[in-house]
Design a protein around this ligand. Structure first.
Ligand code: PLP
Length: 405
């Protein structure tokens, strides 16, 4: 049976959600104040809705104090805020067993992944064990695991790092090759939920099937949290890590969700110090905003917009679209593009293209996107979409790109 494409389904989604989208767009003060600019770089950091700005202001003007220390009302309120936000993160991630998981605040996905590699992974591994590292994903999800291997080697524990196999054309993981590569010594697998360059949903549920029930899976959810429903009830992973600033909270905020069923119990080593209380206040408000808006609708909107844009770009012969080629329907068994589209002009340098696009009011990312060394060799332009982006913006971008063909 032919798989329905998201551009057919997408037209329907864009029509159905247009009023809903307009009502969300106006809630972003920076977007509303700059109607002449199109922010197309949400994969780098997300803009903040008014509700998040209000929550930060309210916290700083009513309760600002340290957490877990004082006994006066501001301190108590701050302590409750931090504890309640841990539970809020679990609910947001649809945690099926919150009594058996934990949430640790970090400064972002990078620190989250590094903390797991530094404080927890060495306790899992013995001499001769193997780990799988996604070598064409974000550098933040590669370097910490390699550093853990170096640290262990200094103690005489030798770990075999297996590069995650990829299907180069689509930027997807090669699940068949992974199943062949993974054996009984494969204790840990680092994966990404949505690829920050190729835009594809990496089909994480298939990783579990490929590596079997005993390996620990650590999910880098930096590009999925805030963009689509991320459900710990559906994904059989042991860790999920994300950046608050990509999910509409303030910079310097992020979290590790740890299920702690396979391997030793997770807990960051040593004294943790004062948490980023203002960031945590912003995170609670951001997750409330996202749940109220509906991450399922945000996903439908951005997937449909990306599908329309990708189809338009495909018709402009001068551009090469990287990675995920398919904008497929939600129930497709193969890889599906989320709201990220990365491309190159066949003749114009990507850095120059970024400047040209800004001269037309488009803010895009144009470089190598912090991809690991097994990734792309040359730069590209990345368009990453969120709920405030419109059909007019992406159609206008296609018109400008067409003039450069
Ligand atoms: N992982 C992925 C997939 C990312 O896209 C990013 C940032 O772009 C990170 C990790 C690192 O996030 P942060 O810089 O917020 O720590």
């Amino acid at each position: 049976m032919a798989v329905p494409r998201a551009d057919a389904q997408g037209a329907e989604a864009l029509a159905e959600l247009v009023e809903w989208q307009r009502a969300r767009r106006v809630q972003f003060p920076i977007i509303a104040a700059h109607p002449d600019l199109a922010y197309l770089d949400s994969a780098a950091t997300a803009q903040k809705p008014q509700a998040v700005l209000d929550a930060v202001h309210a916290y700083l003007t009513t309760s600002n104090a340290n957490a877990g220390r004082g006994t006066y009302p501001w301190a108590n309120r701050t302590t409750s805020l931090v504890e309640q936000t841990r539970d809020r993160v679990k609910r947001f991630l649809q945690d099926p067993a919150p009594q058996r998981s934990s949430v640790h605040f970090t400064s972002g996905a990078t620190e989250g992944l590094r903390t797991i590699a530094r404080d927890w992974l060495p306790g899992l591994l013995a001499d001769g064990d193997e780990i799988v590292v996604p070598v064409a994903d974000h550098e933040a999800n590669i370097a910490p695991w390699l550093e853990a291997r170096r640290q262990l080697a200094r103690q005489g524990v030798h770990i075999d790092v297996r590069p995650m196999p990829y299907q180069r054309a689509s930027g997807d993981y090669d699940h068949t090759a992974l199943a062949e590569l993974a054996g009984h010594r494969t204790r840990f697998v680092a994966v990404t939920h949505v690829h920050h360059v190729y835009g594809g949903d990496m089909n994480v549920h298939r990783i579990r099937r490929a590596v079997g029930p005993d390996a620990v899976i650590c999910l880098d959810a930096a590009q999925s949290v805030g963009h689509l429903p991320v459900s710990m009830a559906e994904l059989d992973v042991d860790f999920a890590v994300f950046s608050g600033h990509k999910a509409m909270a303030l910079p310097g905020t992020g979290a590790i969700w740890a299920r702690q069923e396979r391997g030793p119990r997770f807990g960051p080593a040593g004294w943790e110090g004062t948490p980023n209380t203002v960031g945590i206040a912003s995170l609670a408000a951001a997750l409330d905003w996202l749940d109220a808006a509906g991450t399922d609708r945000i996903e439908r909107w951005t997937v449909a917009l990306a599908a329309r844009f990708t189809e338009g770009l495909r018709h402009l012969g001068a551009y090469e679209i990287l990675g995920c080629q398919s904008s497929l329907a939600a129930d497709s068994p193969v890889q599906r593009r989320q709201g990220i589209v990365t491309f190159r002009h066949r003749a114009v340098d990507s850095g120059d293209l970024g400047f040209i696009l800004f001269s037309h009011g488009f803010m895009v990312r144009s470089d190598q996107h912090c991809q690991g060394s097994a990734g792309e060799r040359t730069g590209s332009v990345r368009v990453s979409l969120h709920v405030h982006n419109t059909v007019e913006e992406t159609d206008r971008l296609l018109e400008v790109l067409a003039t450069l063909g």
